[in-house]
Write a protein of this length. Structure first.
Length: 152
């Protein structure tokens, strides 16, 4: 089944993800990587070259979008957790501290209140770059140079 059509079929998408995870595990590969690969493939099909899209205006170091509310799937959160765990301890501790500060600051806020707060993502480094760029969620990838987003 086409991955793009699966996005409209949550049960089918879940079965596809479960199958990919099982195949990856049976082959001795990380099942989270398999899920991330499927999600990225669907994203590229939806928003990649040839789609009715426009290019983003941002560039490396621009962190405007890093102050928006971003949602992430469970596999994306696990991928981020693994990326943080692989960081040098001092850097990982700083990220964990920023996460611990951010959670109570945004807890209970609706999307509008979070947007007005404009709190930076805990993964945002002092130079304005993502500290977990390779593991960032698809929602963040859609706001990244070289990736296109749907026009509204």
């Amino acid at each position: 089944m086409d991955l793009v059509r699966l996005l409209d079929d949550p049960d089918g998408y879940a079965r596809t993800l479960e199958g990919a995870m099982a195949r990856a595990e049976a082959a001795g590969h990380d099942p989270v990587d398999a899920v991330g690969g499927l999600a990225l493939a669907a994203f590229v099909r939806l928003f990649g070259p040839g789609s009715p899209a426009i290019a983003t205006a941002c560039k490396p170091g621009c962190s405007w979008c890093c102050r928006m509310m971003v949602t992430a799937t469970a596999p994306e959160v696990l991928t981020l957790a693994a990326a943080i765990a692989a960081m040098p301890e001092e850097r990982a501790a700083a990220v964990r501290a920023r996460i611990a500060e951010a959670v109570p600051a945004v807890a209970g806020l609706d999307a509008d209140a979070r947007r007005r707060l404009a709190r930076p993502c805990p993964l945002l480094e002092a130079d304005g770059r993502c500290g977990a760029y390779a593991a960032r969620p698809l929602a963040c990838r859609g706001r990244t140079p070289g990736v296109t987003i749907m026009s509204t």
